[in-house]
Design a protein around this ligand. Structure first.
Ligand SMILES: N[C@@H](Cc1ccccc1)C(=O)O
Length: 503
């Protein structure tokens, strides 16, 4: 039987009695690992070998871990200094022991906490005592560190390895290892004799420059052979969905708004008729900027009209808040907690000039909130902001717009619940059902702007508006249960790689 050179080499290096790792086979056959892997898969497709995959843990010491292998663990230094100072007899001042140990900076805290955790002794009211029997020379973590450094991770204690990872001394990663084994057919083929076909399986620069490529015979290309997965860069699913949302809204006749992430409270809160003592305005909920701490410019006429709305309300029967309103507070700078600040800027006429109904605007932008992290909350998320300005809008228009919008993303079971916002009346929260858990999930907030908002802005028709969460939309579309898997520092790369993008 004639087979391409790489296949022959793999067949000859493989064994019928045991699995052999492909990287080893490649080395023996003098092939690059990718070529050996490809040949193995081709042979597997013809039933001559089996290819198995296993996931192995791979251990790498961090720089700090390597340093401790060369020197010693900080808690061991502390213990030694404590024994030298006689802390096994009676307690010694902590400062004295630390001074003698030669530990400095961050190493001191590391030493103290691990000393206590491992029971090398006790630390109490600034005094240190050492347990004479602690024997840190046989420290299992040091043992594990040395084992990994010597490439004998299998000798290390599993708990100690976990602990090293937690301490940032060790990085544990997973590696896919493939092995081959000859099948009965493979053995038969070898016994009958396989020869390297004089075919070429790779076009090289040499073949091209010498012109030899014209005379050689090329291996048949097997498009069905399984190949190694090479994870490649791709657009993040959140970004992809954001772009899809933008396209959808543009398709529905909306134009996009742009504006600052850091903005004056005036645009974020005051224009929205949020009293200055409103609980959501405190820095418990929103992040404030220290430097610069106020906006350079606010339109004075608008400031006066907003002040008046807060103090006296609007119209003959208007009611204000009768609470203090200070321009200084309005000038304060925050990371925007919603993108409704952009809607205020555009509706005021100060962004792109006065607007005439009908108008539709949207943005898909980041907002920042001082929330507690949990499966549905991050400190920042993307809000799908939007508004429609027209004569005589009603709640039906609002619901109809949402129904049309969410349908494009396969969400057809929206629920609406009356809600309260200082700036809209009526107001509605929107909910959808999570495809995996069946939980009802809040996806957004909406309403029709009050006169107290529109009148100072100089708008005298209706404006319906909303802020929807892009991340929650993603959770409903894809069934993600924990938003932290999808973005942020804890995201699950495997999940992101494998998720099939919906179009
Ligand atoms: N700003 C609101 C959303 C909203 C915008 C406009 C009108 C009504 C509601 C929020 O962040 O929850």
């Amino acid at each position: 039987m004639k087979r391409p050179q790489a296949q022959v080499a793999v067949l000859q290096a493989a064994d019928a009695q045991e699995d052999r790792r492909i990287d080893g086979v490649a080395e023996e056959a003098d092939l690059v690992p990718e070529a050996a892997t490809r040949a193995a898969f081709e042979l597997e497709a013809d039933g001559l070998v089996t290819v198995t995959e296993a996931t192995l843990e791979h251990y790498d010491l961090t720089e700090e871990g390597e340093r401790y292998v060369r020197e010693s663990l900080p808690e061991q230094d502390l213990y030694e200094a404590a024994i030298d100072a006689g802390a096994d007899e009676e307690s010694v001042q902590m400062g004295q022991v630390i001074g003698a140990s030669g530990l400095e900076g961050g190493a001191v805290d590391i030493a103290l906490s691990n000393f206590a955790r491992k029971g090398y002794g006790r630390i109490d009211s600034g005094e240190i005592t050492a347990d004479p029997d602690a024997a840190p020379g046989r420290d299992p973590e040091m043992h594990a560190l040395e084992a990994v450094a010597d490439g004998r991770a299998e000798d290390a204690d599993a708990d100690a390895l976990d602990q090293l990872e937690r301490r940032g001394l060790l990085e544990i990663s997973e590696q896919t290892v493939r092995s081959v084994r000859l099948t009965d057919d493979g053995v038969t083929a070898l016994m009958e004799g396989v020869e390297a076909a004089e075919t070429v399986d790779q076009l090289t620069p040499e073949l091209l420059t010498s012109g030899e490529w014209k005379d050689v015979e090329f291996t048949e290309y097997n498009v069905e052979a399984d190949a190694e997965d090479v994870p490649h860069g791709k657009e993040h699913i959140l970004r992809q969905t954001a772009n899809r949302v933008k396209d959808t809204l543009v398709g529905m006749g909306f134009r996009e708004m742009e504006g600052p992430h850091v903005d004056a409270q005036f645009w974020i809160n005051d224009c929205l008729f949020m009293p200055q003592d409103h609980p959501a305005r405190t820095h418990w909920d929103q992040f404030a900027l220290e430097r610069p701490d106020e906006i350079a410019h606010l339109p004075e006429d608008l400031v006066e009209r907003v002040r008046s709305a807060h103090k006296n309300g609007v119209g003959p029967d208007g009611e204000g808040y009768h609470s203090p309103w200070e321009e200084e507070v309005a000038r304060g700078l925050d990371l925007r907690g919603h993108t409704t600040s952009l809607s205020m800027r555009y509706l005021s006429g100060h962004e792109i000039g006065e607007l005439e109904p009908p108008e539709r605007f949207f943005s898909v932008e980041k907002v920042y909130r001082n929330d507690t992290l949990d499966p549905t909350h991050l400190l920042e998320f993307f809000q799908i902001e939007g508004w429609v300005m027209a004569e005589d809008l009603s709640v039906r228009d609002l619901m109809g717009t949402f129904t049309e919008f969410y349908e494009q993303f396969g969400i057809t079971d929206l629920e609406f619940k009356p809600h309260y916002n200082p700036y809209t009346e009526p107001s509605f929260e929107l909910f959808g059902t999570h495809p995996e858990t069946g939980d009802v999930v809040e996806v957004g907030n909406s309403g029709i702007f009050r006169d107290e908002v529109l009148s100072p802005l100089g708008v005298d028709c209706d404006v319906m508006a909303w802020g929807l969460s892009l991340e929650r939309l993603l959770m409903l579309m894809y069934g993600f249960e924990d938003i932290r898997d999808v973005h942020g520092t804890l995201c699950d790369l495997e999940l992101l790689r494998e998720t099939e993008v919906m179009r």
